[in-house]
Design a protein around this ligand. Structure first.
Ligand SMILES: [Zn+2]
Length: 108
């Protein structure tokens, strides 16, 4: 899936993508891409992008992050990783969360 062209941290327009990935050793699983949204006090965004590679599972997504956030915030890292469900949860900007929700609604 593709994300909106706006920074996931500050909500400013940005086409820049950063790779966020985690791996673990497991049995092969089918390829799936799924997305979930949930809200706590700050917008949370979970992306599921699991890929079965025999004994190795890689969960990789490309999140938009503008240059200035890269400088100030550094690498984006997930808040939580749930390999059982193949999910990574990120705290993202409200504007980004809204645009993801909107684009999911359009593709339905
Ligand atoms: Zn930014």
């Amino acid at each position: 899936m593709d994300f909106p062209d706006c920074c996931s941290l500050c909500g400013q327009p940005s086409t820049r993508r950063v790779k966020v990935s985690s791996t673990r050793e497991i049995g092969g699983e089918s390829i799936f891409v799924k997305i979930m949204l949930g809200f706590f006090r700050v917008p949370f965004f979970s992306a599921i992008a699991g890929r079965g590679f025999g004994q190795r599972q890689a969960v990789t997504i490309h999140l938009p992050q503008c240059k200035s956030c890269s400088r100030t915030e550094g690498k984006i890292s997930p808040k939580y990783i749930d390999f059982g469900r193949g999910t990574m949860t990120f705290v993202v900007h409200e504007i980004f969360a809204k645009r993801v929700r909107d684009s999911l609604r359009r593709t339905k």
